[in-house]
Ligand binder design. Structure first.
Ligand code: FE2
Ligand code: FE2
Length: 378
């Protein structure tokens, strides 16, 4: 995806960047003393949500689950089963389909986590501010434990993840490789992380495998802070951009959103799943198109696609969605409702509960925890 803006847009010194291979710039003696305090709170808070995917004290991946006879998530939440696909399958096949859909979703998340790890590491090479670098290094470490956690879960339930879909793979590769800070932050911290937060919240809410639910909560305790980092950048950057820059970011975000929306759930990218239950993916695609013409089904699909809500809300609150593109998103979500909401995200409550639990487990006391005190304004 191309954008009209091909340079770093730096309006706040905390995001000043150099080329990925310009290490000499990192050794400029004056650089070390110029540290923004904007990220100090979220850096020190990392000890409030420490967990270790290799330690059974936090999460035990040997917990069994009957994959043949039990749904991993509430089947009511499955989009395939809202179409004519439902009438073609017996109960066992439905379980197989739903559980393979979960494998597809969690594999996409795992590839996303690998992308977030590489992207955070790449920020360490280009950001000049030592505070911003320390934040990025810390996020790298947290993304590494997500890669470990999701790898462990997928191994326990299926043995292996499925390959990344071409659309998601292309987006992640572009974000990791671009030298542009704004593209990395809007693309990863807002779009991909926003989408992931929505997906985690859904799996947490509708999951029937306690191990999966636990993994979601632990991951969300970290992701809530990654989301804050994106928000700090947006608060300091978006209001200070000129119109051309802001419009370019808004248009690019809409482009990436569409790629993610139309590809993640598309039957064409999930051919292997339909084949496993004896269905032709092109027939399934027809069943989807038919379902979309039915208002009731469309509405209930909108409800299940609520995973896009966090991402749209993030862009809106950051000032990246304006009247120019708000109508585009209105096809998927009630925008009026979003305008009226505060800054809190659906995942924040789940993350706060998780942090309280982790602090207790880590011997730091179990007092109530508020993510709101991490806001950039302080
Ligand atoms: Fe992550
Ligand atoms: Fe993250």
């Amino acid at each position: 995806m191309t954008s009209k803006i091909t340079t770093n847009i730096t309006v706040d010194a905390a995001y000043e960047a150099v080329a990925p291979d310009d290490f000499p710039a990192m050794m400029e003696v004056d650089r070390y003393g110029k540290r923004s305090t904007a990220f100090d709170k979220i850096i020190s808070a990392t000890h409030d949500h420490f967990w270790d995917p290799q330690d059974k004290k936090y999460v035990d991946f040997s917990t069994p689950f009957d994959m043949e006879n039990e749904y991993l998530i509430d089947p009511e939440q499955n989009t395939d089963l809202k179409t004519a696909v439902k009438d073609k399958l017996d109960e066992k096949q439905k379980i197989k389909l739903v559980n393979m859909d979960v494998q597809w979703g969690l594999s996409s998340i795992l590839h996303g986590e690998a992308g977030a790890l590489a992207l955070s590491a790449s920020l360490c090479h280009i950001l000049k501010d030592p505070g911003a670098q320390e934040y990025a290094a810390n996020q790298t470490r947290e993304e590494a434990r997500h890669v470990a956690g999701f790898s462990n879960y997928i191994k326990a339930r299926w043995g292996k993840p499925v390959p990344v879909g071409p659309a998601l793979g292309d987006v992640l590769t572009e974000l990791v490789n671009t030298p542009l800070v704004w593209k990395k932050l809007v693309g990863m911290q807002m779009l991909v992380e926003g989408l992931a937060m929505g997906a985690f919240a859904s799996f947490y809410k509708w999951g029937r495998d306690p191990l999966m639910v636990k993994l979601m909560q632990l991951t969300m305790t970290d992701e809530a802070f990654h989301h804050k980092f994106g928000k700090i950048w947006a608060d300091r950057t978006i209001p200070n951009l000129n119109e051309e820059q802001r419009n370019a970011i808004e248009d690019w975000a809409w482009e990436v959103f569409q790629v993610l929306l139309f590809n993640l759930g598309s039957p064409e990218q999930k051919k292997h799943i339909y084949a496993a239950v004896g269905l032709d993916w092109q027939w399934v695609q027809g069943a989807f198109m038919e379902a979309m013409t039915d208002t009731n089904i469309r509405e209930s699909m909108q409800e299940t696609s609520n995973i896009f809500r966090v991402l749209i809300k993030t862009l809106l609150k950051a000032g990246i969605i304006t009247d120019r593109t708000a109508m585009n998103y209105a096809a998927f979500i009630d925008m009026k409702e979003l305008y009226g909401e505060g800054d809190r995200m659906i995942g924040d409550d789940i993350a706060e509960e998780g942090i309280k639990y982790l602090r207790q487990l880590n011997g730091q006391g179990g007092a109530a925890y508020s993510l709101d005190r991490m806001s950039a304004a302080e």
